[in-house]
Design a binder for this molecule. Structure first.
Ligand SMILES: *Cc1c(COP(=O)(O)O)cnc(C)c1O
Length: 384
């Protein structure tokens, strides 16, 4: 009911202009359609291990009334043993998405009015990073610009090569499209939505050239040949983001973590919500780490399906980009990508299409089970 005393007809005028203008992140759909083959959000096609499900079930009792451990202490200890570092090197988040947002809040100064951006007369510090800048390559994870906008940060999106390669340092310098002093640089590695992997050597070269914080977003690293964890442990300004979502079939539980120098990790611990990782999520992640060989077998299965699916689609005339993730990016033949999206959807096969001009000609297809991949290939054959 409207309260005439306040005369608030349209409450939207109470919203900060920045938020009113905001174009939110658009996640892939989660429709409830019976028999749907869901290849649109890079979820793992295999369920969590029986030990994980049993551990979660066993934790559902009267203890749900209690707050969880605020720092996910046991999980951080177990992750530290896995990665040969200390718990102080790790912060756990409500999915890695939360940690990416926290990194923006901790390391990037919101843009102020023009006046306050001028250095005060007579004060020119030797080191002045582009303190309000969030930087990333494009195309990559479309959440980064949204996080930057929410924070009131500046954005620098620099194009990847036509084959989704990271440009060399020389060409980044030459193109003047890259800021080596950006407060925060996100690198999706392996890249999404292309699936392309990057060598640790090239990432190290890039990290060495950056003066601000670099977050290497390794959401898909379990399906890749290399990982860059060593960079987070060797360079104080580099953080690696990992998640239990994609590799470990725990999207629903929302558990991710960052690895890095205790100095940066400590700052993130300070700004974290007190109980940011729910109790069942902590239980599920801990049990997952007790069953890693089983998950590694899953990775191998998904990689094998990925390679086979790529070959079969190629034989049908699709252009298939090499992938080191659990999805493939393809340019479909015959009709437009958007058309393919609809035709597949009519067959209850859901894939992802992005309207972004860099990738609007492509489809991103999550690697499902061999049966799901076979259904996709069969449908594609019939359309052509
Ligand atoms: C899925 C994804 C994430 C986020 O994963 P969470 O479920 O929030 O842990 C982060 N980065 C990239 C590139 C992703 O694809």
């Amino acid at each position: 009911m409207e309260n005439p005393q306040f005369g608030i007809r349209d409450p939207r005028r109470l919203i900060r202009p920045l938020v009113r203008r905001l174009r939110p992140y658009v996640p892939g759909e989660q429709p409830k359609i019976k028999g749907l083959i869901k290849l649109n959000t890079n979820e793992n096609p295999y369920p969590p291990s029986p030990r994980v499900l049993a551990a979660v079930r066993a934790a559902i009792d009267g203890r749900l009334r209690l707050y969880p451990n605020p720092t996910a202490q046991l999980l951080r200890e177990k992750l530290a043993r896995l990665h040969c570092c200390r718990p102080e090197n790790i912060v756990v988040g409500n999915g890695s998405d939360e940690l990416l947002a926290m990194a923006v809040r901790a390391f990037v100064e919101p843009r102020a009015g023009q006046e306050s951006r001028q250095p005060r007369a007579g004060r020119t510090p030797a080191f002045r990073p582009s303190k309000s800048l969030v930087q990333f390559f494009t195309p990559s994870y479309s959440l980064y610009p949204v996080l930057a906008e929410i924070h009131g940060a500046a954005i620098n999106a620099a194009p990847l090569g036509a084959d989704f390669s990271i440009p060399s340092l020389a060409s980044l310098r030459e193109a003047r499209q890259w800021d080596f002093r950006a407060a925060l640089t996100f690198v999706t590695t392996p890249n999404a939505p292309s699936g392309r992997g990057y060598s640790t050597a090239q990432l190290e070269e890039l990290c060495c050239a950056q003066k601000g914080v670099v977050v290497l977003d390794e959401a898909y690293v379990d399906f890749a040949r290399e990982n860059a964890l060593a960079l987070a442990l060797n360079y104080p300004h580099v953080l690696v983001a990992r998640t239990f979502s994609k590799g470990y079939s725990l999207c629903s539980q929302r558990v991710g973590y960052l690895v890095g120098h205790p100095g940066l990790i400590g700052a993130l611990q300070k700004i974290r919500d007190s109980y940011n990782v729910n109790g069942l999520g902590q239980v599920a992640a801990l049990a997952t780490l007790d069953d890693l060989p089983r998950y590694r077998a899953n990775f191998r299965k998904i990689i094998a399906t990925r390679e086979r699916l790529g070959r079969e689609l190629e034989a049908l005339g699709f252009q298939v980009f090499p992938s080191q993730t659990n999805f493939i990016l393809v340019r479909p033949p015959g009709f437009s990508a958007r058309n393919w999206l609809q035709k597949l959807r009519d067959r209850k096969i859901l894939v992802r299409w992005f309207s972004d001009p860099h990738v609007r000609g492509y489809l991103r297809i999550t690697v499902g089970t061999p049966d799901e991949a076979a259904a996709l290939v069969k449908a594609a054959k019939e359309f052509l």
